[in-house]
Design a protein around this ligand. Structure first.
Ligand SMILES: C[S@@+](CC[C@H](N)C(=O)[O-])C[C@H]1O[C@@H](n2cnc3c(N)ncnc32)[C@H](O)[C@@H]1O
Length: 311
């Protein structure tokens, strides 16, 4: 059995949205602790197959146990931008459905040593794959102020990005930035007093932005989404669960481009680019967690689920 220290969100909407054929080949692009994978396997027939990906070695250990228990399941240690290569190497031509449950898992957030959380003191790390990429500390070593402002503004929707970036680089220069508590403190004091009180902690947006930067999350998403659309059979589904508006907006815009791909100028009387739609929405307006789910699992509060189908 899989470990249950991550509670899967929007589980029945995810399964109902993804599963169109009980005998199909499915992909869980973000295995985590396998909550969505296990629920899908429970519904699939003995003929079906589920391939799962994760870039986190700790998730892979859990996946390898499941692989031993269930012959219908395979796990791959790779970022999901490697989707096309994995399918190619394993001679998988087409798949029936691909699910993405984006962001971090609870074990990642709750383990202080991974450095994702401002609530516990940990190293300046934030890597999902801590064996194969640069930590936050390494990245801050080389970043310019302009780039750091861009990251915090663009990935965190943070209006005080300029002040925060300056404060982070000053703390680094003064040898006062050694862990996530120093970082949280630095962000907190860079934000004007009147803006420090709201629904979320003032460091939330900056921590989110830095995590997206460290893990190159938006480039990952774009590459994987295009590969996923290529890999889907006609009638196959994509299901996305996002956890903040920036992520959801990117998914929506990427799918919209596949629904309305025509690049002809608006005043052309007819289409001459001949680009054809590859997708259609099954669920355009995002599904949100119910009050009951939010009560049982507060991390589901910000989740947004969209479903699209290959035409
Ligand atoms: C929200 S959790 C998924 C939880 C999972 N659905 C479950 O029920 O346990 C997101 C997972 O996706 C992984 N992940 C995030 N970005 C990834 C990427 N670009 N490639 C592969 N895995 C990624 C993270 O390491 C994390 O384990």
């Amino acid at each position: 059995m899989t470990q249950k220290n991550h509670v899967p969100v929007l589980l029945s909407d995810y399964i109902n949205g993804l599963m169109t054929d009980p005998d199909g080949h499915y992909i869980d692009a973000t295995f985590g602790r396998g909550g969505h994978s296990q629920a899908l396997l429970d519904k699939l027939s003995p003929k079906a197959h589920l391939s799962a990906f994760d870039r986190d070695p700790e998730a892979i250990e859990v996946g390898q146990k499941l692989e031993k228990e269930d012959a219908r399941f395979s796990i791959y240690h790779t970022a999901f931008s490697g989707l096309a290569s994995v399918l190619d190497e394993n001679n998988i031509q087409q798949v029936t459905g691909i699910g993405f449950d984006l962001g971090t898992s609870s074990p990642q957030l709750d383990t202080a040593a991974r450095g994702f959380s401002f609530r516990q003191e940990g190293p300046l790390d934030m890597r999902m794959d801590h064996q194969n990429s640069k930590s936050l500390e390494d990245k801050l070593e080389r970043v310019s102020e302009t780039e750091l402002v861009r990251v915090i503004r663009e990935y965190g929707d943070e209006r005080y990005a300029g002040r925060i970036a300056k404060a982070i680089l000053k703390a680094k220069h003064d040898d006062k930035l050694h862990n996530t508590t120093d970082l949280e403190n630095c962000v907190y004091h860079a934000i004007p007093k009147r803006s420090r009180f709201g629904n979320s902690h003032p460091a939330t947006r900056t921590f989110q932005a830095l995590r997206i930067w460290v893990n190159d999350e938006y480039q990952e998403l774009e590459t994987a989404l295009l590969a996923a659309i290529d890999a889907l059979a006609t009638g196959g589904r994509l299901v996305f669960i996002s956890f903040h508006s920036g992520e959801d907006r990117r998914v929506r815009d990427l799918i919209e481009k596949e629904i309305n791909p025509c690049t002809c100028p608006r005043d052309f009387p007819m289409c001459v680019c001949h680009r054809k739609a590859r997708m259609r929405w099954i669920q355009k307006k995002p599904i949100r967690a119910s009050e009951t789910e939010i009560e049982e699992n507060p991390r589901s509060r910000s989740s947004l689920l969209r479903i699209a189908e290959k035409v």
